[in-house]
Design a binder for this molecule. Structure first.
Ligand SMILES: C[S@@+](CC[C@H](N)C(=O)[O-])C[C@H]1O[C@@H](n2cnc3c(N)ncnc32)[C@H](O)[C@@H]1O
Length: 198
């Protein structure tokens, strides 16, 4: 049963996925608040979220900033939930939500100023491949933001299956290998990581 729950965190679906989505909505809001302030967003920027889940972060951005916001998630359930939550912004052309796997999707050639993801990189076994893909989405001065819980916390929670537990040093090294030239991070109940293309 616990393994089924962990699978839901990776890609929510069905009834259990609806419950997991509610948990994410309430528990992860504080990480979005902090991540968004860490991102120092300016009106007019183009922002992209990977693994938007129920769309809480997309909504916070759309309500509070004059930005264009897009994102991708490979859960059909999350695509539907996030679309419902952000309908007014989608109708207004401010938000564009895509359904698909970041790693093999053919995203349009339009570039973004900032790309971010919260609680997603644990599901990637090949960080280099994922980070190269992120880099291709960013414009030349673009910045990539990651929030991740610590490996120790994942172990404490018993999140052993489905999750890859990366240290912040491993993530930094993979970012640099993928061409991000400057990487900084803050620790606060997990890591808020910032990586610059140039
Ligand atoms: C643990 S949930 C986190 C959701 C949200 N970011 C939050 O923190 O509340 C992980 C989300 O990332 C999505 N996801 C994981 N790997 C993905 C990939 N390769 N491409 C697109 N979406 C992905 C899952 O479908 C899920 O909605």
């Amino acid at each position: 049963m616990f393994h089924a729950f962990l699978k839901q965190l990776k890609r929510p679906s069905g009834l259990l996925g609806i419950i997991v989505a509610r948990m994410m909505e309430s528990r992860n809001r504080k990480y979005y608040d902090k991540a968004i302030s860490f991102m120092e967003i300016k009106n007019g920027e183009r922002i992209f979220e990977i693994g938007y889940g129920p769309g809480v972060g997309i909504e916070l951005l759309a309500r509070n900033y004059g930005c264009y916001i897009a994102g991708i998630d490979f859960s059909d359930l999350m695509y539907k939930k996030a679309t419902e939550r952000n309908k007014e912004f989608i109708d207004a052309g401010k938000v564009d939500l895509k359904y698909g796997n970041l790693l093999d999707s053919d995203l349009d050639s339009a570039k973004y100023d900032k790309v971010f993801c919260l609680n997603v990189i644990y599901f990637w076994n090949d960080l280099n491949k994922a980070f190269m893909k992120v880099s291709s989405l960013l414009n030349d001065n673009g910045i990539y933001f990651i929030y991740m819980t610590t490996a120790e916390e994942l172990t404490r929670l018993g999140f052993d299956k489905e999750f890859f537990k990366y240290s912040v040093e491993q993530v930094e090294s993979a970012l640099r290998q993928a061409g991000f030239n400057k990487v900084e991070y803050e620790k606060d109940n997990g890591y808020y990581i910032k990586a610059w293309k140039c």
